[in-house]
Design a protein around this ligand. Structure first.
Ligand SMILES: Nc1ncnc2c1ncn2[C@@H]1O[C@H](COP(=O)(O)OP(=O)(O)OP(=O)(O)O)[C@@H](O)[C@H]1O
Ligand SMILES: [Mg+2]
Length: 153
């Protein structure tokens, strides 16, 4: 298991970091299921900021906002840009329980190898995540703009 710790000095750097991860992921061959990135961190840590950087890099022009109330926000990708078809930005913060996500079609989303799935507050649905989920843990110090990011998996 790979464990790296990276200092991210501001929001723009977080987006750059996410863009780099996007490039790495789309350069990889398809797995048997979706590629999943679990974004762990407190309120305001930078999970949505990360998602914005990743989606931009994959050519999404639409404004990327938090999927909090919708739970799952899908984005279509251009075939000219990547062989991946869609990114699903998921926020589990308002889920009452993990089964609620299943009723929104989460298992079908995971089945498709052409999908990339970004999940904020993934702890609640951990049991449904594939073993090869990439965990991005964002630490948010009390003072200053920097964040500490650790990649696991
Ligand atoms: N180094 C940094 N990395 C990421 N965001 C930063 C950084 N420094 C400042 N910010 C700011 O912190 C805020 C992070 O908010 P964001 O919505 O991304 O957090 P979140 O983890 O998704 O929170 P929530 O749990 O409420 O969804 C943004 O306003 C962003 O501009
Ligand atoms: Mg968020």
């Amino acid at each position: 298991m790979l464990k790296k710790s990276i200092q991210i000095k501001n929001a723009a750097a977080m987006q750059k970091f996410a863009a780099q991860m996007a490039r790495e992921i789309v350069a990889q061959p398809f797995d048997e299921h979706a590629k999943v990135i679990a974004l762990v961190g407190d309120l305001g840590a930078g999970k949505t900021t990360f998602a914005q950087g990743l989606l931009r890099e994959l050519g999404v022009k639409r404004r990327v906002i938090s999927p909090t109330f919708l739970i799952i926000r899908p984005y279509s990708l251009l075939v000219t840009r990547t062989r991946y078809s869609r990114v699903f930005h998921i926020d589990c913060y308002r889920l009452n329980n993990s089964d609620e996500l299943l009723s929104l079609g989460f298992k079908e989303i995971l089945k498709n190898p052409q999908h990339i799935v970004l999940i904020e507050w993934p702890e609640l649905i951990k049991k449904y995540l594939p073993k090869d989920t990439r965990w991005v843990k964002i630490e948010h110090p009390e003072k200053g703009m920097h964040r500490l990011v650790r990649l696991i998996g």
